[in-house]
Design a protein around this ligand. Structure first.
Ligand code: NOJ
Length: 761
């Protein structure tokens, strides 16, 4: 022991001599470990020195002392947490942020525990740290993988400057049900687009060098099925068949493994009867087995403990046993591993090799992050001051915010707005709101730090702008406390709004959901405009029909009345810190909108879940009579389909050429022409339909897309190649197969694309 301590001190001195910016490292890992070159060797050497309790300690994650992003834990006060830190019984902390705070806990782990193993510090950097990007669903509407990668890169750099080295993102759950509040956090309903975006986000967070002080470990979540919660109700049961699991839910997760994601988070939900946290099939067989994932799995908040409520485990000890055996490597906030796991191993109920495997995975990621070389590498006060909020971050989030906006309707070219000589009435509480545009999951952002639409539009000075609130949206929502769902009924400010609208050339109404109305724990059964906003809109419409509706929301809404009556509708989501500037630039035509919906917008809540890549029924079309698959009172189709979005110019597709070449390869080309008056960008989308297969296939599947910018009258030939990878699918044993047969190829600007060609392979 004495020898080890001496080594520790010497190594600490050595480190402090070589360390340039952070010279206070007194890392207590032995010099023997540090002299081993490869990470696996280092991990094994260190593991060999650890007691069972220290190993289990690495599998324990505690929340810090500030932000709770889940229910308050039943045990573990600050004194106990400090004691456990000193004993080396804590491997990670979450929600500790800011260099001073991170340094504080890291110092205890590194300088006071026996082996001095550094903590990995996790935080929900979902769409930015302090400089906030659009919510992930909005960003996905850009279909711009480079802009999305950049946004995650910015988030990583800013979070890393605040002491964070691990984000609980990206959420790659496929989401089809707008009632579920967490749709705001994902990439929407399509596994192909979702996989591309998942990869872009992992690359953005982790970069190509995880040990750089600007990059952080990513976490693919929630494995698996969470997006399929029954009736869109948060944390609800998930029951899906193997075809959906393999072809819809798994692909984006597998894509993150291919992209080298270092961690996974499991999910709160039960999947086909087994809670994800206790699901051996998901974690050991598929993730770590079939896909060869070599990072570690953290549970979701308290989800080990929740297996008792699910009815899988009779008490916490049994829950810890099931979770560990199933391959959950780190316990987030159940406090059950630290309490029960050592005894479970001694009793032979959890294999010691499972513990070793979990600890190796955790230590490996810590080594990769460079935490053993310098545990304070993310703790540089100067960098924190200089980096957070820097101008280049604002430029990046403005760029992706503009690209995320989707133009849903624009009759008679009401948009873009004329820049001079107009009287514009700007109406709605959200128009002046500087908080809601930050959306949910913006814990480190300063309150009211977004540019409002009002501020963004004020930059265009040559029009007369009159603002009237009209009505509040909702009151009573806060970040993490129980929300009081009170829709305000106060209409006392309607008259001012109506007055402003009466004499305006154009009315811009900013309506929708406040920032905390979507996200975790915010399921809704109604998908209209909350509160009295619809009434306000209709009251204004009575005096001025020239309305541009700008929507701020975190999920698809039902917009039938709006589509029927209003000349212009702009889907502007919750766009982050630069929201108002992005919206104003689009309204005034300084950016020509190019976004396309990543989720279908329903005509009625009763259609949920609604998605374009559904499977045909045996009775798909309308013979006279009732015996076919339809609703009595609404169409089957969505109001706005997946992939839909307009531009201030128009595009024409022609000359689709499809050629089958050897090896089941298909070459496709199509001509895209800008047939309008303005330069614009189109997302060219390629879909397939595999008509007959041993497991039925969806009526359409996205299999390629390309962003193309064209000048007025310019044409360009766009090419795609399909291989067995795109034409195949997973069978019900989870095997990827390709079956020859008849396919239709569709190309167009949304999932209703009907320029098509048939092929037989
Ligand atoms: C619960 C959420 O489901 C998860 O996504 C998040 O990362 C954790 N809380 C930590 O805040």
């Amino acid at each position: 022991m004495k020898v080890l301590k001496l080594n520790i001190v010497l190594f600490g001195v050595f480190l402090s001599l070589i360390s340039c910016s952070n010279s206070n490292s007194t890392l207590s890992i032995s010099s023997k470990v540090s002299s081993i070159k490869d990470i696996d060797g280092k991990v094994n050497e260190l593991l060999g020195r650890m007691t069972l309790e220290e190993k289990v300690g690495q599998m324990n994650q505690y929340v810090g002392f500030w932000d709770l992003t889940g229910p308050a834990p039943k045990s573990g006060d600050a004194a106990e947490k400090y004691e456990h830190l000193r004993k080396g019984y804590v491997g990670s902390m979450l929600n500790v942020r800011g260099v001073e705070n991170v340094r504080g806990v890291q110092k205890i782990a590194v300088e006071e525990s026996r082996l001095g193993i550094p903590l990995i510090i996790g935080f929900d950097v979902i769409h930015g740290y302090e400089t906030i990007s659009p919510i992930p669903l909005a960003e996905s509407a850009s279909w711009d993988l480079e802009a999305i990668r950049k946004s995650s890169e910015v988030a990583a750099e800013e979070a890393a400057a605040a002491g964070i080295n691990w984000t609980f993102a990206p959420m790659v759950d496929i989401t089809r049900d707008a009632r579920w509040g967490r749709v705001m956090e994902g990439a929407g309903e399509d596994p192909y687009l979702g996989s591309k975006i998942a990869k872009a986000r992992v690359l953005g967070f982790q970069g190509t060098d995880l040990s750089a002080h600007t990059t952080i470990a990513a976490c693919a979540k929630h494995f698996a099925g969470y997006g399929f919660s029954e009736s869109g109700r948060e944390y609800n049961t998930v029951d899906v068949g193997t075809s959906t699991l393999n072809n819809m839910i798994f692909p984006p997760f597998q894509a993150t493994v291919e992209a080298g994601v270092r961690t996974f988070m499991n999910a709160f939900n039960v999947l086909n009867g087994i809670p994800a946290t206790g699901n051996k099939y998901l974690q050991r067989d598929v993730l770590k087995g079939k896909w060869g994932f070599d990072g570690f799995v953290v549970t979701d908040w308290g989800s080990i403990d929740e297996m008792t409520s699910h009815g899988l485990a009779k008490d916490g000890k049994e829950a810890a046993k099931i979770a560990a055996n199933a391959g959950s490597d780190m316990d987030m906030e159940s406090h059950l591993y630290v309490k029960e796991l050592s005894a479970l191993v001694r009793e032979g109920k959890v294999k010691a090799s499972f513990i070793d495997d979990a600890v190796k995975r955790i230590l490996k990621v810590k080594f990769e992050l460079g935490l053993f070389e310098n545990p304070y590498k993310y703790c540089d006060e100067t960098r924190e001051k200089e980096v957070i909020g820097q101008q280049s971050f604002h430029d990046a989030v403005l760029d992706v915010a503009k690209k995320s906006i989707v133009l849903l309707k624009n009759d008679n070219q009401l948009l873009p707005l004329k820049k001079q000589g107009q009287k514009i009435a700007l109406i709605g509480a959200l128009a002046a709101d500087k908080n809601s545009p930050l959306g949910n999951w913006r814990i480190a952002a300063k309150d009211n730090s977004a540019v409002s639409v009002l501020e963004g539009m004020q930059a265009y000075k040559e029009n007369k702008l009159v603002y009237a609130k009209g009505a509040d949206v909702n009151v009573g929502y806060t970040a993490f406390t129980a929300q009081v769902h009170i829709n305000t009924t106060d209409k006392s400010e309607f008259p001012q709004a109506i007055q402003a609208a009466r004499s305006a050339d154009v009315v811009v109404m900013v309506l929708g959901e406040i920032g905390y109305q979507s996200g975790e724990g915010r399921s809704r059964t109604k998908l209209g405009l909350p509160g009295v906003q619809q009434e306000l809109l209709e009251a204004v419409y009575k005096v001025n029909k020239n309305i541009v509706l700008v929507l701020n929301n975190g999920r698809p809404l039902v917009l039938n009345w709006h589509q029927q009556h209003l000349p212009a509708i702009v889907e502007a989501w919750q766009l982050g810190t630069q929201s108002g500037n992005a919206i104003a630039q689009v309204l005034y035509g300084d950016y020509n909108p190019s976004g396309k919906l990543p989720m279908s917008f329903p005509r009625a809540v009763g259609q949920a879940p609604i998605y374009y890549n559904y499977k045909n029924t045996g009775r798909p079309t309308g013979a006279p009579g009732v015996f076919w698959s339809h609703y009595e009172d609404e169409k089957n189709s969505p109001l706005y389909p997946f992939g839909y979005g307009l531009s201030y110019t128009s595009f024409e597709y022609s000359n689709l050429q499809v050629k089958v070449v050897s090896g089941n390869k298909v070459n496709i080309s199509v001509t895209l022409k800008n047939s309008g008056q303005k330069t614009g960008k189109e997302v060219v989308q390629l879909y397939i339909r595999d008509h007959f297969a041993s497991v039925t296939r969806p009526v359409k599947e996205l299999k390629g897309f390309e962003l193309v910018t064209l000048e007025p009258s310019e044409s360009k030939e766009i090419s795609f190649i399909l291989t067995e990878e795109e034409l195949g699918f997973y069978d019900n044993d989870g095997q990827f197969i390709f079956e020859k047969g008849d396919f239709t190829i569709f190309v167009g600007g949304d999932s209703n694309a009907n320029l098509q060609a048939q092929i037989t392979l």
